[in-house]
Design a protein around this ligand. Sequence first.
Ligand SMILES: [Fe+2]
Length: 368
Amino acid sequence: MIRRESKSKKLKKYLNDIKALYQVSKSMTSTLNLDEVLEMIATKVASALGAKLCTLRLFDEKDRVLKLRATSALNKTLTPLMKDIPVGEGVAGGVALKKRARIVKDLSRCKEFLHPEVARKKGWRSMLSVPMIERDKLVGVLSIYSDKGDAFRADDKDILQLFGNQAAIAIEDTRLALYARTDHLKIMRLFAGMLDAKDNYTEEHSERVMRYTLAIADEIGLSQQQKEILRYASYLHDIGKIGLDNAILTKPDKLTKEEWEEVKKHPEIGADILRKAGLVDGLIPTVLYHHRHYDGRGYPEKGPTGKKISIEARILAVADAYEAMVSKRVYRNALSDEDARAELKRCAGTQFDPEVVDIFLKILARQK
Ligand SMILES: [Fe+2]
């Protein structure tokens, strides 16, 4: 009976470990923020293995040191740990050099351990450290500490090694995704430059629109993903103008009704282009509704109104309109910043979301 109970307890612990491991790998793919990924690994590992603290160090190839990048609970008393550890020094440095896990049963008797004074103060008595390796390449070192002496067994080592391997893959994936994203943004910028030129805007029009949209997004507290949509949408929202006759876009006089009807199609054409390219979902409504008014007017004629228009589209509408107003166009001179702000205020609640206008005016006032 006792044996069975301990067996089921063990099984339960394993299941929990696997669940935590699964959560780690699942959430990896949903974020592009390396710091967030690392922090989550450290927190999940500490709770899954019941450790007092988990530290995650990344290997810096250039300086051959291990840099502390995340912990499950960092506070001031742990600042000595923030020092870089050269490969080959200390427990973690040794694990990195040999690429082999190590259990320290009694920290007070471990000569290599670099922070005995912290361990004493915090009551850490044993530790377990594993290398994070991805395709034979050292990515970093994952360590856990316990307030019990001789706390870690071989199966803890196996579980932590699994976490370490999973973490290494996630870290490398995130790094690769970040490189790819840099390239994506460069290509977007190229597109944006072409579109700005076609529209006779100055080169920095899209860049400025992006800065405004991100400033508003920060103020509202939008997620990383929403900000990513805004970044892309700032560059690509007018992509539907690509097929428009240049004569219409550069016409100094008033457009005829037919010409205006052509211009009004650009959000739909743009959304269609992005849809066919298989681009992210949130980007499409942003592009589609960037000229849709808060009160349901504007274009396209059919679509959501008020707060049902995506927040990204409502933000882009304000930022793009302001930047267009203060730019010199072929058919009119640039408006002064004061006039442009007055125009935003006048159209708050009809053309624009009044809350977004409010926030944007505050941002502009602060920049002054
Ligand atoms: Fe547009």
